[in-house]
Write a protein that binds this ligand. Structure first.
Ligand code: NAD
Length: 462
């Protein structure tokens, strides 16, 4: 029997992990029926607390209801439903062949949980980016300690309630708090580590996981470029880039960070983008644009603004409303091109020669996503071949990342490992090799003294 957590050690991550290790060893989470039952209950609890979640997301980030519903609730529910439908199939051992010299024998690959998972989430999608890895980890048969971001406290509080209502803490527990709590977690011997957040902090988790020789899945950030060709449908291009750049006020790891545009199209793109921003967001601080998460991120964004920036409406620091902004004529070495923007600012860089522009991109850190707009297949193929990235989307933005049949993750500085749907199940399991033999006579069996065995084996194995 696994040891139950006492009230007094619920606030001690080391005691929680110890209780989870015992629960894992008890074998309870290995049952697929047990996992499926909890996934269903998690989905039902999310459905029951939908309004509370929407309110919390509005409190934390001023998320417009539509954006919060689609990206945090609907999408999470969709993924749980997929697991409910497919988990038995994914978890089923896979029969494989066995070399003839071991016959009679049977071999299979089993998908085994690692044990106790640590999941550390960021604030920009505080619900979805906590629950998506969590549901994969649970579906795979692990126990979980989840640390939501301290910068979205209302969402973290509801998550704690939802998880507390569905799971026993020996199985899944939420640890809230800031860096001081996270630093304690970094010292504990988790069996699998899953971190979403900035590259800088991601390195701390990679090191901690390496210390315990445990696998780490790192979902990091970076500057996702949006490369526009001359052969495009300008209206659709602008509409799609604007809608995705300002979704969640640009606080999206996959947002188009900047646009690379042919010299000849630059002015038209800026003119149309400004018109599109006005018609979508108006010039007042409306409710269709999320707010910046906190004052320090707000100030950081203000410092990126050059004189030339065009803002639609005015900033309101009190309300943390940062007006949608486009910056024309940006140079590669401008401050806004140094780090991931993670806010509603769209720099536009001109290029004269596409190959030259791609060469510059290829020398920069590999982004999470690469976006390319063109009617020409060869141009699209050339762009994707030139620049390494975690994912690619042609003629739109974000769509590749919201398809649960595709893997999600970065490469190089934008992260490592994949999740979502079946890829999430695989991320939290390892393939365990299993061979079964019987006690019958074994024609290939060898043991010393070898004597004439070499000659015999040479003939048999010809
Ligand atoms: P962050 O790194 O500041 O925080 C993420 C988590 O790390 C939080 O839970 C936080 O408590 C913890 N943390 C912070 N400092 C720590 C420390 N010193 N030691 C241990 N833990 C610490 O990241 P953020 O600002 O919350 O998120 C923004 C970044 O996340 C952006 O770079 C964005 O691109 C990236 N991101 C990536 C994805 C993805 O799926 N690849 C998704 C969302 C965000």
């Amino acid at each position: 029997m696994a040891k139950a957590l006492q009230d007094w050690d619920r606030y001690d991550p080391a005691a929680q992990l110890e209780a989870q290790k015992e629960f894992f060893r008890s074998g309870t989470p290995r049952s697929v029926a047990f996992r499926l039952n909890l996934l269903r209950r998690l989905r039902e609890e999310i459905e029951r607390r939908e309004n509370d979640l929407l309110e919390a997301l509005s409190r934390d980030l001023g998320k417009p209801g539509v954006e919060a519903y689609v990206s945090e609730i609907f999408f999470t529910r969709l993924e749980i439903k997929l697991f409910e439908k497919k988990l038995r199939k994914w978890a089923k051992p896979k029969r494989v062949g066995t070399p003839f010299f071991y016959w009679p024998a049977r071999s299979e690959i089993r998908y085994e949980p690692y044990g106790c998972a640590l999941i550390v989430a960021p604030w920009n999608y505080p619900v979805q980016l906590s629950l998506a890895p969590l549901l994969s980890a649970v579906a795979a048969g692990n126990t979980v300690i989840l640390k939501p971001s301290e910068h979205a406290p209302a969402s973290a509080a509801i998550l704690e309630e939802i998880i507390g209502a569905v799971f026993q803490p020996e199985h899944v527990a939420v640890v809230t708090g800031g860096v001081e709590v996270a630093e304690k977690l970094l010292e504990l011997p988790f069996d699998v580590w899953f971190y979403t957040g900035s590259e800088k902090i991601g390195r701390l988790y990679a090191k901690a996981a390496a210390e315990h020789l445990a696998p780490a899945i790192l979902e990091l950030g970076g500057k996702c470029p949006c490369v526009v060709d001359t052969e495009i449908d300008m209206e659709r291009t602008v509409e799609r880039i604007v809608a995705t750049k300002f979704f969640n006020a640009g606080q999206v790891c996959l947002a188009p960070d900047f646009v690379l545009i042919p010299d000849s199209l630059h002015d038209e793109f800026i003119e149309r983008a400004v018109a599109e921003m006005k018609s979508s967001y108006g010039v007042e601080a409306g409710t269709d644009l999320a707010r910046i998460v906190n004052a320090s991120h707000y100030d950081r964004l203000c410092e990126l603004l050059p004189e030339s920036a065009i803002q639609v409406g005015g900033n309101d620091p009190e309300d943390r409303f940062f007006a949608p902004t486009v910056i024309p004529d940006v140079e590669w070495d401008d401050p806004v091109m140094e780090e991931e923007i993670f806010g509603p600012i769209l720099p536009v860089v001109r290029y004269r020669d596409l190959d030259e522009a791609l060469d510059i991109l290829a020398r920069r850190p590999s982004p999470l996503a690469l976006y390319a707009f063109s009617k020409n297949r060869e141009t699209l193929a050339g762009i994707s071949a030139s620049v390494r990235s975690g994912s690619v989307c042609f003629n739109d933005v974000l769509k590749q990342a919201t398809n649960l049949s595709l893997p999600f993750g970065g490469v190089g500085q934008s992260g490592s490992g994949r999740y979502r749907g079946e890829f999430g199940f695989r991320a939290f399991t390892y393939e365990r090799a299993l061979t079964r033999r019987w006690f019958c006579k074994d024609p290939f069996f060898v043991k010393p003294p070898y004597g004439e065995e070499l000659e015999r084996l040479r003939k048999l194995l010809k």
